[in-house]
Structure formats: C-alpha cells, structure tokens
Design a protein around this ligand. Sequence first.
Ligand code: GDP
Ligand code: CA
Length: 324
Amino acid sequence: MRITVLSGGIGGATFVRGLLDEVDGADVTVVGNTADDIWLFGLKVCPDLDTLMYTLGGGIDPERRWGRADETWSVKEELAAYGAQPTWFGLGDRDVATHLVRTQMLAAGYALSDVTRALCVRWEPGVTLLPMTDDRVETHVVVDDNGQRSAIHFQEYWVRHRAAIPAHDVVMIGIDDAKPAPGVVEAIAAADVVIVPPSNPVVSVGPILAVPGVTEALRATTAPVVGVSPIIGTGAVRGMADQLLTALGVEVSAGAVGARYGARAAGGVLDGWLVDTSDASQLPALEAAGLAARAVPLYMTDPTTTRTLAADTLALAREIGDAR
Ligand code: GDP
Ligand code: CA
C-alpha cells in the first residue's frame, strides 16, 4: 500500500509514528511543510522537516517534541554572550550539526530535497521524506507590535511572541513562484491513500496546499483523501493553531476546518474528515458539505491511541474507496 501524508511538525510527526506502527510494510511518503523554514546565523533551519526526521528516526526530545534528545545549549549561550540576535530561537548544539550539514550542502548547489534525503540516510525515518518545495517560501504573520502593524516571520510570532500578539493575516512569501519538489506530485498521484494528519491548517498544511500544482494533484488523484482534525472542541489540542484560524476569519472548530479544506466533490481537497467523538454534533453539517465524516477519539496521548487513530483514518479511506 502506498500512503502519502501532507504534514507539519509535531502533530503530523506524531500521527505518522502511529501510522507506521499500524501499517507495517507500507510505502509511506511524507511531504513536509517548509514555510516555517528560517535562516539564522547563516544556517538554514527547517523545523518541520527536522521534527519529522527526528521523531520518526528516534532522535527527538520526547518532552519538547522538537529538537534533539540529550541536547545542550552552549552555542546558543555563546551567541547570546556576543549579543547576537535573535536570542529567542532554540538552537541546540546537536541540532546545529544538522543545520551545518544542510547549509553546507545547499551552498554546494544541492536542492533541499537532495539534502533531506542525505540527512535521512543517518536517521532512517522509515518513510520517504520530501520537502513540499525546493524553493524558498516563508510564512509571515501580519501583527500589531507596540501599535505598529508589521509582517514578521512566523517563527518570531510563534516562538518569540508565543502567538500572544494580535494577528491580522498570514502571508506566504514566495509561494506563487514555488514548484513542488521532485516526487511530490507523483506521490499524490500514485498513492492508494492520501492523508492530511492533525497538523496546523493555516501554517502547516496551508502552505503545502498553496504550492502551485499540489491542490491540482489532490483533486486529480484516484486515491481517497482523508484528514484528521487538529481542533477538538474550541481549541487546538496542543499549540496555538486557534489564533491563526481566527486571524483568517475561520471559526475554531473541527467542522469549520473540515469545511475550509472542503469536499473534493465540491471543489475542495478532501473526501473524508475525522472529528473527535466530543464533536459528533458537527457530523451532519460536514456530510451536507459532501464530506464522509466520522467521530472517533482524536487525542494521541500514547502509542496505542495514536495507532488506533491511524487505523481509524485508514478505515475511513477504505470505506470511501469501497463506496466508489
Ligand atoms: P507544528 O508544525 O509543530 O506546529 O505541528 P503540526 O502543524 O504538524 O501540528 C500542530 C497541530 O497538532 C496543532 O494544531 C494541534 O492542535 C495538533 N495536535 C497536537 N496533538 C494532537 C492530538 O493529540 N490530537 C489531535 N487531533 N491533534 C493534535
Ligand atoms: Ca511547523
């Protein structure tokens, strides 16, 4: 079975871990968001690709759920001692080695997809990990900072301000000229199942869908496309996705996020959508919008619940496939 997943960092990586437990032997391709990427101190940092690579390859810090296990912070402290900006980004010593290898390869002329493949030789994540694009794309958030309206890099909004300043809009710089990385469109076209995991709909899945050609590939694939809500009740399960939905004028609910992705039959990108059992009241509206919607437990609290969620996702895809 060939499965393609369109993923952000923590939510997507956690889901894929459970998926690999469930589908021993499947051919899984993960298309990772790269619009969070940032250049810092001359280094190219790819937070979502690294969270995927470290989580699936066994190198992740299990508490933070980003960056390396057994991390130390000498480089960060030394940079701060020089007064070097920014000081708010978590740049761990072990992690820096990844960024050094990546940056060196990019400087030598390799594409980000080549670099990602090379880094994965070490981590053996058990999936084919592809960046959504090899081109530079950056999410910026339009905010009010001390009464001044300005656009700041998503990482500055998220990590420095902890999403606690008013956000008015989200813009993806470079997206219109970006091309899907080699293999992305092919992985969607050749898949038996395409999954949108519980990743941030605005800044993780949103940029992937906005790369010209990706939404078209989703609309054209013969595979069922199923998604899992990152919203339970009226908030993001973990993280701060709710502020950004509000900035875009989208109600914070599993139903509204599913409706925003939309049914393929009605010009959207999904066939099926999973909401939490506590949100079952939203199923009729989703069905009316053309989505095959089901309510199942969506909390990925441990390996068992995460694997069960992956199984429920595949079951919905199978049901959609069988109904055709
Ligand atoms: P990021 O790039 O690290 O922010 O990670 P993602 O975009 O892949 O995932 C972030 C989203 O994961 C957040 O919006 C959370 O609501 C969601 N999330 C985290 N844990 C869970 C969980 O246990 N269940 C569900 N359904 N969503 C989760
Ligand atoms: Ca991210």
